[in-house]
Design a protein around this ligand. Structure first.
Ligand code: DGL
Length: 269
């Protein structure tokens, strides 16, 4: 068996949010190439049914497989709730639910864990079930925040409008005295300043992008994934299913200091 693999790691999300995960992965694995797919033509996923999200996710995985990736990271919580498999179409698949749940349990001081997510993620109860399977004593409080995705896509972090909406969504969780808060949508780290302004410093914010990088590292060490050992510089390619200069501008801001080598618009079929 080969001890190296120069193929890129595929990462997908419905839009710009998954770039927060791509950034963490690209920083943690500076030798690895990445191929990102943002399904911007069909965004949002979080307001759609589980059946539709599953269908879109399978199409995204098939597309990335045709691009010859060596593994797939589902950097979308809504999609992650519908694709629990750790292997799909012969490829290792990573979703954010397990890493986010594990990290929350690790950092929680009193096992009072809040979850923010899209309607699809919250309705699926995927985080609640996963957390309870890892620690039945944990108390979980959740809140769907459908207005957060458009605010993140607009790049409105720390905007007074965003601060007000964050305050409104978080007030019940705060009354429940959570000590940890899972940002259960990859768009939400973009609004981290506004969220932290409401939660203050005593509540731990869990970002699934950071958590999932640890799971990949474990698999590199265990040999389930092979590292890229190529003297040529790695490539970070960002593809979307719709073209938008706004996406490209915001992508540069989110990815910084990671540099995307190429932006392209693709057809999934
Ligand atoms: N970024 C996606 C997630 O993590 C949701 C955005 C959307 O609704 O498409 O859940």
């Amino acid at each position: 068996m080969k001890d190296h693999d120069s193929r890129p790691i595929g990462v997908f999300d419905s839009g710009i949010g998954g770039l927060t995960v791509l950034k963490e992965l690209a920083l943690q694995f500076p030798q690895e190439s990445f191929l990102y797919l943002g399904d911007t033509a069909r965004l949002p996923y979080g307001s759609k049914s589980g059946h539709t999200i599953r269908k879109y996710s399978e199409q995204n995985i098939e597309f990335l497989k045709r691009q010859d990736v060596k593994a797939i990271v589902i950097a979308c919580n809504s999609a992650s709730t519908q694709v629990p498999e750790s292997e799909f179409a012969g490829l290792p698949v990573y979703n954010v639910i397990g890493p986010g749940s594990q990290r929350a349990l690790e950092v929680s001081s009193g096992l009072r864990i809040g979850i923010l997510g899209t309607r699809a993620t919250i309705n699926s109860q995927a985080y609640t079930k996963r957390i309870h399977s890892m620690n039945p004593k944990a108390q979980v409080f959740d809140q769907a925040c459908p207005l957060f995705v458009p605010l993140a896509e607009e790049g409105w972090d720390s905007d007074p409008v965003t601060n007000l909406i964050v305050f409104r969504y978080l007030s019940t969780l705060m009354q429940n005295q959570i000590d940890t808060l899972i940002l259960g949508c990859t768009h939400y780290p973009i609004l981290k300043n506004s969220i932290a302004r409401v939660t203050g410093s005593s509540i731990e914010l869990v970002d699934s992008g950071e958590a999932i990088a640890d799971w990949l590292e474990e698999d590199f060490i265990a040999g389930r994934l092979q590292r890229r050992k190529d003297p040529a510089p790695r490539m970070v390619t960002v593809s979307t299913t719709d073209s938008s200069t706004h996406f490209t501008e915001l992508a540069h801001r989110i990815l910084k200091p990671v540099k995307a080598d190429e932006f392209r618009v693709v057809d999934l079929v």
